[in-house]
Design a protein around this ligand. Structure first.
Ligand code: NAG
Ligand code: NAG
Length: 219
């Protein structure tokens, strides 16, 4: 009976551990990603390269010293370093981004990462950052960050960064997934492919349908 109980406890703890973790734990030292084979089956992650063929370059990326081009509508640029750039990240539950912000108003617009918590460090400039908790409270947590400051965006929550300094700003962020995913709220809602029926958005956002039509042309 005692054996059965400890078995049950073990299963419970395992279930708990997998609920708390991000990407599933690795079952080997590494699993360097290969993109799909001709005879693909779906796996949770990418196919593994034969370890005998793995080289240091499978764990390497160069170029995060280069500023992203912020000449765009929002004035920011995210340079990702995830499993698509470093195949050796496959199954390891971690990745990285560099984010550049144009002076005065460069914005990384409200978005969520469905699969990752993010920890961001500012290396240049001054950013107003924040996230909003889930319903029903929708509490806003914000800070103004300067060089050397670190802020955490918990998994799945809507967050943003906005340059409130006079110079260009730069931040780097670690994310707890090999493939964090991004849902940019405005783009997903007003720029979906194909468009959501405007009646839905007019009612949901308490907007005139003409405003919805306008917004849908903008994304
Ligand atoms: C940055 O992007 C803008 C708009 O696409 C483009 O006109 C410009 O040449 C780019 N600048 C650099 C340095 O690539
Ligand atoms: C795998 O596919 C992604 C998306 O198509 C691509 O960006 C990446 O460069 C590819 N990686 C390798 C190792 O071929």
């Amino acid at each position: 009976m005692k054996g059965v109980n400890s078995l049950v406890l073990t299963f419970f703890l395992l279930a708990l551990a997998s609920t708390l973790a991000s990407d599933p734990s690795s079952l080997q030292d590494f699993c360097v990603a290969l993109n799909g084979t001709k005879h693909s089956v779906f796996v949770n992650g990418k196919f593994c390269k034969d370890p005998k063929l793995v080289t240091a370059d499978d764990f390497f990326f160069s170029g995060l010293n280069k500023a992203g081009n912020t000449s765009n509508a929002v004035g920011s640029k995210v340079t990702p370093v995830n499993v698509d750039q470093i195949p050796g990240l496959n199954t390891l539950g971690i990745s990285l981004v560099r984010i550049d912000y144009a002076p005065y108003g460069g914005l990384n617009p409200p978005h969520t990462h469905p699969r990752a918590t993010e920890v961001l460090v500012v290396t240049k400039g001054k950013l107003y950052v924040g996230f909003v908790t889930s319903n029903p409270d929708n509490r806003l947590f914000t800070k103004v960050l300067k060089k050397g400051d670190v802020f955490v965006f918990p998994v799945g929550l809507i967050h943003f960064q906005f340059n409130v300094g006079e110079t260009a700003a730069v931040a780097f962020a670690g994310l707890s997934s090999q493939n964090p995913g991004v849902i940019t709220i405005a783009n997903a809602v007003f720029g979906s492919n194909s468009p959501i029926n405007p009646d839905v958005l007019a009612k949901a956002f308490k907007l005139d349908k003409k405003v919805v039509d306008y917004l849908q042309t903008q994304f």
